[in-house]
Design a protein around this ligand. Sequence first.
Ligand code: NAD
Length: 332
Amino acid sequence: MREPIRKILITGGAGFIGSEFVRVIARAKPEAISLVIIDNLTYAGDLGRLKEVFSKYKFYKADISNQKQIEAIFKSQLPDIVVHFAAETHVDRSIVSAGPFIESNVKGTQVLLDAAKKYGIVKFFHISTDEVYGDIKKGKFTENSSLSPNSPYAASKAAADLLVKAYIRTYNFPAIIIRACNNYGPWQYPEKLIPLTILNIMREKKTPVYAKGENVREWMHVSDTAAAILKIMQRGRIGQVYNIGTGNEHKNIEVVKRIIRILGKSENLIEYVKDRPGHDFRYALDTKKMKKDIGWQPKINFLQGLERTVNWYITNLSWTQKHFAKKLSVKF
Ligand SMILES: NC(=O)c1ccc[n+]([C@@H]2O[C@H](COP(=O)([O-])OP(=O)(O)OC[C@H]3O[C@@H](n4cnc5c(N)ncnc54)[C@H](O)[C@@H]3O)[C@@H](O)[C@H]2O)c1
């Protein structure tokens, strides 16, 4: 084992959660630790998210499913730790076309696992989602619940989780799987419910809500997610799965109406649209293991976090307009 840790490689570091993680770790890290980011800058990736820590990482524009590129980076950088965020992440897009999800989320994970295995990394943190468990009417999913994904996105993430588990078992591979609930916060690409709603309502445009908006999601501010991952990096046990969530469950319609109230606009802007095919009704994570083994609790109250997020989008409207104005609608 190579100690002490000198190099952390982060995939998907130009994305929403990955960039928050990079900002946090870049601010806090000692000089001796260096950061390497791999991201192929898909429509969802943007190095603008990292401008405040611009000089603190080495960047590779590379596709994680490209074995040659990835092996070459591992060979030259020899990272000690990998934190793997890179993925295609939008459920609606996966329903229209599953191919990129299999390439990036399944094959990409396999390529990374093989490179990490070949070059002897110390720990591999695989960032996954509550969606791998499928939906649940009552109660909560524990880390031991079976995987029963319903969308192509969730299936691709579950396949990646199973690959990681298989590498742990077969090769004694030093990995930890982290399953997070729905994230929100600054810099989220505005195809996802919260930023899409904020942007539509701000501009007094109709905003879509699937069916009657009764579907329930568990919400966590992205800074709580980054803090949880850091804690797991320090205290997590190899081979384990950790759920990270908040218990902040809200129906989609409640979230949309709350944003409308924060912005002082009319509920007439809500447009109820045909439901998403296969739409999961409710996700909910049991996080006792995180509290007991890791000593982590989320800090940000949902309503305060939501207000802060709305304010961030008001202040940073130019970011969303410049990069993303035309690419938001997905038709089934
Ligand atoms: N956003 C959420 O609510 C949420 C919840 C639970 C888990 N997750 C997981 O967290 C991770 C990050 O999610 P996010 O919301 O930040 O996603 P995102 O879509 O904002 O960012 C994904 C990043 O990965 C990069 N990427 C995609 N395919 C790639 C490839 N083949 N090679 C290299 N880079 C590639 C993109 O350019 C982008 O920068 C994902 O693995 C996702 O499944 C997200």
